[in-house]
Design a protein around this ligand. Structure first.
Ligand SMILES: [Zn+2]
Length: 258
């Protein structure tokens, strides 16, 4: 592999939620990354369809999963983890919500860990600790860390932009900080959200649901550079390019790396 990548998805994190969360590390994140606060989620702005688009670089009407129930596709699009695996790379994944298991096909991972988030005060903190252990023990080429508390215990339980929601974002940003400190120069780290939210829900075409932030931290990206736009579809082509892996023919997004 040309380079290693960590992808962190913070479920339901709106750009204005990121800016308002109050964690001092957000300024470091913007200073060290190429970033956008106006990227697009997918329609429907729902967790599993959005993550399937993140990993297959096609919209939900193409990959076929349009709800939080995985639908085996009639015409499969090869995903990012399968492409990395076939190129000789080693992938790992850590997630706190069970349906996320379907974003990669069995056999493409060297290590997956799932935590039942509902029984824990902070699944995000615990999952991040496990991901850090994996980085130390296995040094995978690609690691996916999915943080769920922002959406479940923040937005859905208490409302988007509520203090409880912002507090969950603060915890997620602390997790990002801990990952970046361990990752050092060895990894490019990409932080995204799958969708936003409003009131105590999401899934609509409202800007509050559809607008997400993305941060790209590492040598292939210019630091302290804000850009407009970007899409979940751009993540798989960008990660493949950073790793020196060829993109899949069907992928529709753009490589954002220089
Ligand atoms: Zn979500």
């Amino acid at each position: 592999m040309k380079s290693k990548v960590i992808l962190i998805s913070i479920d339901g994190m709106r750009p204005d939620g990121f800016l308002a969360c109050g964690h001092p590390f957000i300024h470091d994140m913007m200073a060290h990354s190429m970033y956008t606060l106006s990227a697009s989620s997918m329609q429907p702005s729902v967790t599993l369809p959005c993550h399937m688009s993140m990993f297959t670089s096609v919209p939900p009407e193409r990959h076929g999963t349009v709800t939080n129930t995985y639908t085996p596709p009639v015409r499969p699009v090869k995903g990012l983890c399968e492409q990395i695996h076939d190129a000789g790379g080693r992938c790992a994944m850590f997630y706190g919500w069970e349906p996320m298991r379907d974003i990669a096909r069995p056999g493409s991972m060297i290590r997956t860990e799932y935590l039942w988030c509902y029984a824990r005060e902070s699944a995000d903190t615990e999952l991040t600790a496990r991901a850090l252990a994996c980085l130390r023990e296995d040094a995978p080429d690609f690691l996916f860390l999915y943080l769920v508390d922002t959406d479940d215990k923040g937005g859905h339980d208490c409302g988007w932009m509520s203090e409880a929601y912002l507090s969950r974002i603060r915890t997620a940003i602390e997790c990002v900080k801990n990952v970046l400190e361990l990752a050092g120069e060895d990894y490019t780290v990409i932080v995204t959200a799958d969708h936003g939210g409003h009131d105590r829900t999401h899934g609509t075409t409202m800007p509050e649901d559809m607008t997400i932030p993305m941060f790209f931290i590492g040598k292939p990206f210019e630091p302290a550079k804000q850009f407009d736009g970007g899409s979940l579809l751009d993540l798989a082509p960008t990660i493949a390019a950073v790793m020196g892996v060829l993109p899949v023919y069907d992928w529709e997004g753009n490589n954002l790396a220089r």
